[in-house]
Design a binder for this molecule. Structure first.
Ligand code: ACO
Length: 402
């Protein structure tokens, strides 16, 4: 028989931090986040400035390569991406297998993993710098095509092929909202709003999905498998899935007569599993700087598009009531990035179940940058320990005697 106290002496002690609330998993030079002060910077540049002045693809370059690109570097980055936007025709066959109403996140995770079958040169666990660069370019390029195809297939419409005359975001919107029969002009207001949303989602240090990408990649899994795992982690309503859950909640409140006090009371009731979706954050204990930018963008975009959305009013009322309520104040629960993002996605014409897929498209450069950093730093395989709480000594009983 084993004595557990002696066992601990033999195996050593481990730190227990369930949910990794205060455990660093890596050193990283990509994103700086101060949750107390509400500061977010990519590679040292404030998120506010990047959202205002940069394009999404410029930010992708910054995250992945560590520097803002020169015009020449940006042009060549975009050119390289545009050369790989086509996706193997056989990838379309997957859509025949998905039930028509299957969730786009499940489709995205499967399709991204399936890219590994069509581009097997990315499977080498030890890639040269050139090979790694090409894998990254392909991942960025094909993701936008796959996301737009998921949307087209959900409508039962034929897919639209990429057109390389467009920049990354315009090309994505063209494949999403374009038609085969006529040239559809994409409103510059929509292009600009999409750039802002994607930039705000582009990285957020060691969150659930990013940690997943790093840990899967640490076993030397390829880029497609690692990103696919990140997509699965993002899907949950406590993470990226919150943007879908927020709109569904706001709709429900609207249908219920718009009584925000009633729903705040529900969120505070510890016997009710309901939470105010889009509120609270593991790291931000002051405010989420992305939420501030999105709230303003939301007002601007709805005005520019001439949309009067009642759920925006409900969202603002909820925020106002919650921010004065001692329950939310004491727990430092503020609106997060997803509280307002869904309202913009909806105004742009996306269906609710596509929202988290759009988050994934935005988060992709961050996942790639973190995957690359983990590989460049030659980090060991991720492997947490545990405190075993089960039985130590049990006698085996034959099945006939149990
Ligand atoms: N509504 C009501 N109460 C809440 C909420 C909420 N949205 N969020 C946290 N609380 C309460 C908890 O019940 C808990 O109360 P207690 O101390 O009385 O038990 C306290 O605040 C702390 O909450 P935890 O769940 O321990 O905080 P944690 O850091 O683990 O969770 C999380 C953070 C998951 C974001 C949480 O705030 C939440 O569920 N929010 C709603 C979902 C959401 O918006 N997720 C998106 C996050 S942003 C992103 O991933 C892009």
């Amino acid at each position: 028989a084993i004595d557990i106290s002696k066992l601990r002496d033999l195996t050593g002690y481990v730190t227990l931090d369930v949910g990794y609330k205060n455990t660093g998993a890596t050193k990283s030079a990509i994103t700086f986040l101060d949750g107390e002060l509400g500061i977010l910077k990519y590679r040292g540049y404030p998120i506010e400035e990047l959202a205002e002045k940069s394009s999404f693809i410029e930010v992708a370059y910054l995250l992945i390569h560590g520097e803002l690109p020169t015009q020449q570097q940006l042009t060549s980055f975009q050119y390289e991406i545009s050369r790989h936007t086509l996706v193997h025709e056989d990838m379309k066959k997957f859509f025949d297998g998905f039930p028509s109403k299957s969730h786009p996140m499940g489709q995205l995770s499967s399709l991204v993993c399936a890219l590994s079958a069509f581009y097997p040169e990315s499977l080498k666990s030890h890639q040269t710098d050139e090979e790694q660069h090409l894998s990254i370019i392909k991942m960025l390029a094909k993701m936008a095509t796959v996301v737009s195809w998921i949307y087209k297939k959900s409508l039962g419409h034929p897919v639209i092929y990429p057109q390389n005359k467009y920049d990354y975001v315009t090309n994505f919107l063209h494949m999403t909202f374009g038609q085969r029969t006529e040239e559809v002009e994409i409103d510059p207001v929509i292009v600009s709003a999409m750039n802002t949303l994607l930039i705000l989602h582009a990285d957020h240090e060691q969150n659930c999905s990013t940690s997943t990408v790093r840990i899967v990649g640490s076993s030397e899994s390829n880029i497609y498998a690692s990103v696919s795992a990140g997509i699965s982690a993002l899907w949950g309503p406590l993470h990226g899935g919150a943007n879908q859950a927020v709109i569904e909640m706001l709709e429900q409140i609207k249908e219920d007569g718009g009584d925000t006090d009633k729903w705040i009371a529900k969120a505070k009731d510890k016997n009710d599993p309901f939470r105010l979706m889009g509120f609270g954050h593991r790291v931000y204990k002051n405010f989420d700087p992305r939420a501030k930018i999105i709230k303003k963008a939301c007002d601007d975009i709805l005005e520019k598009l001439g949309i009067d959305d009642e759920v925006l009013e409900i969202a603002k009322r909820l925020e106002e009531v919650a921010l004065k309520d001692p329950y939310f104040v004491e727990r430092k629960l503020y609106p997060n990035v997803d509280f307002y993002s869904g309202i913009i996605y909806r105004a742009l014409g996306f269906p609710t179940d596509m929202f988290t897929v759009l988050f994934a498209l935005g988060r992709l450069p961050g996942w790639i940058a973190q995957w690359k950093e983990m590989k460049d730093n030659k980090e060991p395989i991720g492997r947490p320990r545990q405190i075993y709480t089960g039985a130590i000594n049990r006698e085996y009983v034959d099945i006939t005697k149990r």
